[in-house]
Unconditional design. Structure first.
Length: 365
C-alpha cells in the first residue's frame, strides 16, 4: 500500500489536535490500530509508529485491558520530577564529556549561554514565507479531518485551522467575521433544500459561494451485527434502546428533530436524547464502548469504529465562502484539488462518500 512519506507524523499531529481540542479527554481510549488503518488508508506499522511517538511525548499510554488511553493532566504532573531528573542526568553526562576534553566549567557555561541566545534569536525570527491561516468553523466531517491534516501538501504555505462547532455555529462564525470557511449540511424543512436557505437567512445580502465537498450517507450507527434489530427512527423510542445525540445546532441534529416531529415522536420519549456529542466520531466511540446502542451519524464513522449502519438519507456537505475569496489563491487551489483525480479518489475512498460533485460551486447572493 503506497503511503505519503512521514504519514505517521501527520497522524501524530491530527491526534494531538484532537487531544488539545478536548475531543479526546484524559482516560479516553484512542481508536484501535485497525480503525486507524481504515481511517487513514495506511499500514498497521504506520499507526503503531504514530502511537509510539504520542507515548514518547507523554500524551498517551498503553494500559493492560484498556488499550491505549489519553494521559491525564495529573499523570503528566507526576512525571515532571522524573523528566527533570533525566535532564540533569543528561547534562551531567555532557559536562563529564567536555571537561574530560579539557574545557573548564566556565567555558561550558559561556558556550551554553551563547548557544541559548542564538537559539532564542532564531526562534524569534519569522519564517521568510509565513504560512497564512484559513479559519474553518462548521459541522464535523471526516474528510475535513483529513484535509486539515494534509492542507500544507494541498496548498503550500497555507494551513487550515479547524473548529467543529456545528453547521449553524459555522455560519454564525462567518457572519461575525470569525471564520473564512464554514462547513454545513443544514436541511430546510420548509423547502426541502440543503444549506442555501440558511445561508440567505444568516448572511443576508452577502455574496457567497457553496462549494460541494461530497454527498454523504447518513443513518443510524449501531452495534456490530445490530443485535437489537434497530431499523429506523421509530425504534429510538423503544425502552431497550439507549440513544446518543449530536449537539444542538449541528446539521445532523436539525434533520433528526425535523424527522421526529414528522413522526410525532417527542425527544423526551427517547432515552439519551439529551446526551450529545460534538462529532460523528464521538457518537461512534460511545456505541463502540457499549455506552449507547444507537446514534445518528455518518456511515464513514460507523466503518471507522467497526460498527454496523442503517441507512436513512443522503445529504450534501458543502463549504460556504465569501464570493470574493473563491478567486484568491488558497480557495482556488482547494477547489481545483477537490475536482482533481487525487482529490476525488481520497474523498471517494471514505465509506459512504460520493465525490462525483466534489468541487462544484453555487453562487448565493
Amino acid at each position: 500500500m503506497a503511503e505519503p512519506k512521514f504519514l505517521y507524523q501527520t497522524i501524530v499531529e491530527a491526534m494531538r489536535e484532537e487531544i488539545l481540542r478536548g475531543e479526546l479527554k484524559p482516560g479516553d481510549r484512542v481508536p484501535t490500530v485497525r480503525q486507524m488503518t481504515e481511517r487513514w488508508k495506511c499500514t498497521p506499522g504506520t499507526v503503531q509508529r504514530a502511537y509510539r511517538e504520542l507515548a514518547d511525548q507523554g500524551l498517551v499510554r498503553g494500559r493492560r485491558g484498556r488499550g491505549t488511553v489519553v494521559v491525564g493532566d495529573g499523570q503528566l504532573t507526576e512525571k515532571a520530577p522524573l523528566r527533570r531528573a533525566e535532564l540533569v542526568h543528561r547534562a551531567e553526562g555532557f559536562l563529564l564529556e567536555v571537561i574530560t576534553a579539557g574545557h573548564t566549567p566556565e567555558d561550558v557555561e559561556q558556550a551554553l549561554t551563547l548557544a541559548l541566545d542564538r537559539w532564542r534569536s532564531a526562534a524569534r525570527t519569522p519564517e521568510p514565507t509565513p504560512r497564512r491561516t484559513l479559519r474553518f468553523v462548521g459541522s464535523h466531517d471526516m474528510a475535513m479531518d483529513w484535509i486539515a491534516a494534509h492542507f500544507g501538501e494541498i496548498i503550500p504555505r497555507y494551513r487550515l485551522q479547524v473548529r467543529f462547532a456545528g453547521s449553524l455555529g459555522g455560519l454564525i462564525a462567518m457572519a461575525e467575521g470569525e471564520a473564512d470557511l464554514a462547513g454545513c449540511h443544514l436541511w430546510d424543512e420548509e423547502t426541502g433544500a440543503y444549506n442555501e436557505p440558511f445561508v440567505r437567512r444568516l448572511l443576508p445580502g452577502r455574496a457567497t459561494v457553496l462549494i460541494t465537498l461530497a454527498q454523504r450517507r447518513v443513518g443510524l450507527i449501531v452495534s456490530p451485527g445490530n443485535p437489537q434489530r434497530i431499523a429506523g427512527l421509530k425504534d429510538l423510542a423503544r425502552r431497550d434502546v439507549r440513544f446518543v445525540n449530536r449537539q444542538p445546532g449541528s446539521g445532523t441534529r436539525v434533520w433528526l428533530d425535523a424527522q421526529l416531529h414528522r413522526l410525532g415522536i417527542a425527544g423526551s420519549a427517547i432515552e439519551g436524547y439529551e446526551r450529545s456529542e460534538a462529532t460523528h466520531s464521538g457518537v461512534a466511540r460511545l456505541i463502540a464502548e457499549g455506552q449507547a446502542d444507537a446514534g445518528l451519524g455518518l456511515e464513514a464513522a460507523a466503518a471507522a469504529f467497526g460498527l454496523d449502519f442503517v441507512y436513512l438519507t443522503g445529504e450534501p456537505y458543502q463549504l460556504v465562502a465569501p464570493a470574493e475569496e473563491v478567486e484568491r489563491p488558497p480557495l482556488r487551489a482547494l477547489v481545483s484539488w477537490l475536482k482533481s483525480k487525487s482529490g476525488k479518489a481520497m474523498l471517494g475512498g471514505l465509506r459512504g462518500y460520493d465525490a462525483g460533485a466534489a468541487g462544484t460551486t453555487t453562487r448565493v447572493s
